[in-house]
Design a protein around this ligand. Sequence first.
Ligand code: URA
Length: 282
Amino acid sequence: MSNGEKTDMENLPEILTAFEQALELERELGTRTVDCDRALLLPVSIGRARPPDAPLRRVEDAPPYRDDGRARPPDAPSAPANDKPRATSLALPTAEELAACTKCPLATLGRQHVVPGQGNAASPDFMFIGEAPGADEDRQGLAFVGAAGQFLTKMIAAMGYTREQIFIANICKCRPPNNRTPSPQEMEACLPYLRRQIAVIRPKCIVLLGRTAMSGLFPGQRILRGMWYEYEGIPTIATFHPSYIIRFNPLTDAVSLRTAKLEVWNTLKLALAKLGKQPPKK
Ligand code: URA
């Protein structure tokens, strides 16, 4: 081509590689059949969708954590995970205790249930932390039981776990009206409950889901996805919130969807590797 742009034929090896990676990712996430519109494949140029100055970050390269929560230089040794003594004098906040909470406006803004979170509270390998309950969670009093929760279940299963084997919690225990983002004051008011959960549960690794979880647990700090931090001695890593993934339309946003899922999966593999584990073979 005279304008210097590659033809679709010249882009073909790149397109095929991206397609192969997308299928591999779906397989790792447990998908067994894929609906594919042939017309989608023809005009796709992965190179155009991801500009050259925005390369996919290789999360495997992420440096490990250090005590102050900032990234550790690659040559520094990483701290042993979960080596702090278990806090036995604390108890998990119960639904009854949380229902009596009036520390922030969410107590008076129409909540039906408080949502403490649920799962294995005896030092599970992973604790996933989201933002706040949505409508389904508010109705049932359980974390991540709606559409985003279904994708989270898939993520957990792809790692080789069931929801009962890990713990799932949120930054805020009450639903903000219309699913708005909790305010910094609401997050701050609720944080002591989450801190107590972390202190009692002592997960071996924390996975933060989305920006609100990142700023809620580390107020005022700049937290990057796919990088290691430490929270109370527990290795902590952040990735996209499941709601961010499921909002992509697989037909019109296929490339963005694949890129986001790939990043999530790489981060989950990094979390497994931190505990010396690998995803199960399919
Ligand atoms: N989104 C969250 O962040 N938490 C839930 O429990 C449900 C949806």
